[in-house]
Design a protein. Sequence first.
Length: 379
Amino acid sequence: MGEMEQSSDSDVEPPMSSETFPELWNMIEGSNLMNPDLEEALTLNWQAQEEFLDPPFAQEGGNNALWPGAEGALSLDVPGGTTSSTVPSTEDYAGEYSFELMFEQTGTAKSVTCTYSRDLKKLFCQLGKTCPVLVKVGSSPPEGSFIRAMAVYMKSEHVAEVVKRCPHHERAPEYREDGVPAEHLIRVEGNKHAQYYSDMNTKRHSVVIPYETPQVGSEFSTILYSFMCNSSCMGGMNRRPIQAILTLESQEGKLLGRRSFGVRVCACPGRDRRMEEENTRKAPRGERSKRAGAPPENGPEKKLMAGTSKNTEDTYTLEIKGLERYQMFKMINDALEFRDAQEGRKPSKGPQKTRKRGNVPAPCSGKRLLVKDEAGGSN
């Protein structure tokens, strides 16, 4: 009995290893025992499983790589040719469809989480807070059009770098979301069709959503964006100013419209907006043009150093704040003008001349004023 059990155990072969299946498959193919239709179906099924297990897009792969976990990944076909430029353009372009952006007016109170300045053309918002952006077009764009949002640095020395989140906020669990890449700065809220892309050439990040027609009785369609890192974060933006670029693109990748605006992510948007607007108003006109990126209206500024001009006939304008100060400086100027009038001359171009003794005015009492030389030796 024991011999029979031993012999039966020896007849049982060990389970097939991973190398055994390819050998058997090759034997079946060589023996021509399989139906050709069944073989083709199994081959296609095996290729589909390989594509599912090893997708063609990686985190930074593909010309415009789709993030694998994004919801609605199969709902929008986005070409990858529109973001491959090394330096994206930030010039506003309304296009034939009159593409425009508008923002809700929320003021500068301390309690606001998002506010937009028309004077600065800049959005101030808190980290992770919803920022509604209103999209308006003059006529409906082609079917399948989409809107892409991307962040770039404003200064020329940083514009080639990719705007990313800082390492701290990338790893923070409270600022992470399933299906959204951790290093992307801009997110879309409340839209399951949002897709996140990383350009293979420039490595720039963008988020894409299909264009939605405004509801009945409304001129705008609303997109809810959020910015997931502070402007002052070390290892991220590091106080470098950024711009957000929103583009309207067709299904074939043709640019239909472009708008851009500055973004500052901070703890108190109302306060920062109020301070920047005040600083801009106080700055000279040439300085405002420099801040806005445009050349001064009157050409290069000429700085006049104190003491470089000796011409006293030149006229200067002094801006004085406050009525009391103005009256005080006016009294000083009137006194100086009176002194020049008493000396009987206009403001001289050279050194001041001494008065002649013969022009000494007579005293009010009518008595003759005694001069030192005429008094003899008396004191």
